[in-house]
Ligand binder design. Structure first.
Ligand code: TRP
Length: 460
């Protein structure tokens, strides 16, 4: 139970509440969502099982586990994952910091009243462009992350997850009910669930695939590390299914809520598309709380606390990937290792924190030409470039490595005994899993990477 909640806490994070809604918006909904769901089921779920089984089999963190279960050279795949965790954590913290800001802001509105007529887009731009504020917020969040990992509190992680995941779910359902009552909900549901394949290009497919790794914390060894906590009498298959279903549900609910608001407030859709959609969670929702939702004044601040907590259960797990590598492979004590890793990662957080207008050279950073397009999706600014590279390149390549390891290198006996242990649910077929991990997942990931490398970004 504790493990499932910790792993679900790792999966559910800003990827669900912040990122999925805005990439769904950018990719015109419908068809993108469908491709994403296919990626989750056909690629994400089998890889989730693969990562967890490698972790449980070895009882080690990523690098050691891959070396032991797969082979000595496979440790480098684990290192690639550690590097990925490092970069991902460095910028994730900045968005997590925004949730602290909006918690403070909405609390002050609760006390002093909501300033009607405030332009939420302008407010967002002002906070994200304020360098000192951004550094303070992300430093505060980094300290919180380091403190949890420093004390090694597995019990702390599990307790937080156990307490707050149900509350997060409850609040989301409440918001969903009120969002469905809004005038824009029909248009929102159509936007999200009615596929329009004319709008879909191969770049969107890559993004859907990349996000399915991101949202499930796959492709970088985090779930290998967590897999080492699963007890022998727990079903890896069942655990994987629970994590994947909860994660997907939360992302869809968050998206329906946000889009219902956007389509209900006149002119909001133009505004969202115009100001860049990165801030959607922080532009459209605050207004909903204070103008539309019953008890929204109270739910608002509470919601941003929960966003922060969802982010924290993910940042803890990210730092754990990096720290446990340093602890296990370089024999450094946990407290020293955590401080060291947290400190070095924060240096890169600084770059991400000033990517939203505070430092023009970092905000406007860009790699032009075909390479820039291929690796960074033409994104401008340190933050956007790092995020694109991690989500669309590091995670899919790491995931590809893991499918090959689990499908082709690790013996059938080992994977079968881990997955089919008498506790697996009735619907599970080992043969189907093996088919997906050997053929479907690597071919899908490989084909998309090849398409992007050889055919460029503009697929039209
Ligand atoms: N799954 C997290 C989210 O959706 C982000 C994430 C990706 C992550 N890889 C991870 C979290 C590894 C912890 C560990 O927000």
């Amino acid at each position: 139970m504790g493990f499932i909640l910790a792993a679900t806490g790792s999966a559910i994070g800003l990827g669900n509440l912040w990122k999925f809604p805005f990439i769904t918006w950018e990719n015109d909904g419908g068809a993108f969502v469908l491709v994403y769901l296919v990626c989750i089921a056909a690629v994400g779920l089998p890889i989730m099982m693969a990562e967890l089984l490698v972790g449980r089999k070895s009882q080690k963190s990523a690098v050691g586990a891959l070396k032991e279960v797969v082979g000595p050279l496979w440790g480098s795949l684990g290192l690639w994952g550690v590097l990925c965790g490092f970069v991902l954590l460095s910028y994730y913290t900045v968005i997590a910091g925004w949730s602290l800001y909006y918690f403070a802001k909405s609390s002050s509105w609760l006390i002093n009243g909501f300033p009607t007529g405030t332009n939420m887009g302008d407010l967002f731009g002002a906070q994200s462009g304020n360098g000192a504020l951004q550094l303070g917020l992300s430093l505060a969040f980094s300290i919180a992350t380091v403190s949890v990992v420093y004390f090694g509190v597995q019990k702390g992680i599990e307790r937080i997850a156990k307490l707050f995941l149900p509350v997060l779910f409850g609040i989301l359902v409440l918001l969903l009910i009120s969002a469905l009552g809004m005038s824009g909900s029909g248009e929102a549901l159509r936007f999200i669930f009615r596929p329009n394949f004319a709008e879909l290009d191969r770049a969107s497919v890559l993004e859907a695939l990349g996000h399915s790794f991101f949202t499930l914390s796959l492709g970088m060894g985090a779930m290998i590390t967590y897999g080492s906590y699963i007890s022998k009498n727990q079903s890896i298959v069942k655990a994987s299914a629970i994590i994947v279903v909860l994660d997907t549900l939360i992302a869809l609910i968050a998206t329906v809520i946000m889009f219902s608001v956007i389509f209900s407030v006149p002119g909001m859709d133009q505004q969202v598309s115009g100001t860049g959609t990165v801030g959607m969670l922080f532009i459209s929702l605050p207004e909903l709380f204070f103008t539309e939702v019953p008890f929204g004044q109270v739910l608002g601040p509470l919601f941003y606390v929960l966003v922060a907590l969802a982010a924290l259960t993910s940042t803890m797990s990210l730092l754990e990937v990096v720290a446990s590598y340093v602890i296990d492979n370089h024999g450094i004590a946990r407290n020293k290792a955590t401080l060291m890793c947290g400190g070095v990662i924060f240096l890169f957080t600084i770059l991400a924190a000033v990517s939203f207008g505070a430092v023009p050279a970092i905000t406007d950073l860009q790699l032009g030409g075909a390479l820039g397009d291929m690796f960074f999706g033409g994104k401008v600014g340190w933050f956007g470039m790092a995020d694109h590279f991690v989500s669309n390149w590091m995670l899919p390549t790491g995931g590809l490595g893991i499918t090959i390891a689990a499908g082709w290198v690790v013996s059938r006996e080992i994977t079968k005994s881990e997955l089919v242990d008498g506790t697996q649910p009735g619907w599970f077929s080992y043969g189907a899993w093996r088919f997906f991990i050997r053929y479907v997942a690597p071919v899908a990931v490989g084909a998309i990477l090849i398409a992007v490398i050889f055919f460029g970004r503009d697929f039209s």
